[in-house]
Write a protein that binds this ligand. Structure first.
Ligand code: AKB
Length: 322
């Protein structure tokens, strides 16, 4: 039997997670072994490396890229998030579910070694216990995004059991990173707040001061993803999506932490339609299964994240101004 070296395709490489995960994968597997792809052309300031323009809703183009680069692993990150999904429900369903099905079908046909697909805390809903939300519990999502992520989890488990596809997934909380801005999520305020603080301007938050949600700093999210994908297959016992907790934080907590570094930072609150989405999600997550099965441990505290975000954003701003 031919043993192929790992060759990775990242789909949705220009997005918030893709911008950072592509770099982390290139460091881990070598630049030439990671092909970035996105529906949009490569970013001007993006890192150098192989790139293909790809709409994941086009399965023949997907198949051609898999063959051309002799891909063995796919990271499917292209998705429409919670707030935008409410504006375009059918498009969100199509991209989030049919995009996944195209990749899972290709995994069967091309005998891919592994697939990674992100799920979300959005699979939970108003009847889910909202403190220390367990791995296996009520899932009654109220957003199209959440419904599509829950359906996606069921499809992942189905393809694992029926076809032996080694597909792995994490239920990400709100992700906070500096390299790219998120687009259309409910937890996006937690990235925007740092941009405003670094620019020295006030921030208007679309959630109330005490709306607590699970959040995770990007370096922790990247490490969790690489650790899950690097774990021996028999240690990956959850084939839907693993709960993953970082810190449970409200806008007020971010503001307090930012003031330790930017004492005159100002924040005001004007809740909009995203408040209802946030209110339906858990406040904190129990990630004991991830800890037990493959040794997950978050590393960053709120203040460490704040320091990292502000330092990097200010550095980025200085570079642009030079
Ligand atoms: C969103 O807010 O839609 C996402 C998520 C929690 O999956 N960041």
């Amino acid at each position: 039997m031919e043993i192929r070296a790992d060759k990775i395709l990242v789909i949705g490489a220009n997005g918030q997670l893709g911008s950072e995960l592509t770099g982390a994968l290139r460091q881990a597997y070598g630049t030439d072994n990671v092909v970035a792809s996105d529906v949009h052309p490569p970013k001007e300031n993006g890192e150098a490396g192989l790139f293909e323009q790809l709409d994941v809703l086009n399965p023949s183009r997907l198949g051609a890229i898999l063959d051309q680069h002799r891909i063995t692993q796919v990271y499917l990150l292209a998705a429409m998030l919670s707030a935008t999904g409410e504006q375009h429900p059918k498009r969100a369903w199509d991209l989030n579910v049919n995009g996944l099905l195209h990749v899972l079908d290709a995994a069967v046909e091309k005998k891919l070694a592994k697939v990674y697909w992100p799920s979300s805390i959005a699979v939970f809903g108003p009847r889910t216990p909202d403190h220390a939300t367990p791995q296996h519990t009520v899932t009654d999502p109220g957003t199209v995004y959440g419904i599509s992520k829950l359906a996606g989890e069921r499809w992942c488990e189905y393809y694992f059991r029926k076809h032996g596809v080694d597909v792995r997934s994490l239920r990400y909380p709100g992700l906070i990173g500096y390299q790219a801005r998120p687009g259309g999520g409910t937890t996006d305020y937690a990235v925007d707040i740092y941009h405003k603080a670094a620019e020295g301007v006030p921030f208007e938050c679309f959630l109330t001061a005490d709306t607590c949600l699970p959040m995770l700093y990007m370096p922790d999210a990247l490490r969790a993803t690489l650790e899950l994908m690097g774990a021996d297959a028999d240690r990956v016992k959850v084939r839907s999506g693993y709960n993953l907790a970082g810190n449970s934080l409200a806008p007020r907590d971010f503001a307090q932490s930012i003031r330790k570094f930017v004492p005159d930072f100002r924040i005001t609150y004007r809740p909009d339609f995203r408040q209802q989405i946030a209110d339906s999600w858990p406040k904190s997550i129990d990630d004991a299964a991830a800890r037990q099965d493959w040794g997950w441990q978050p590393a960053f505290s709120l203040d460490q994240m704040t320091e990292g975000m502000l330092t990097n954003l200010k550095r980025q701003k200085e570079k642009v101004e030079i």
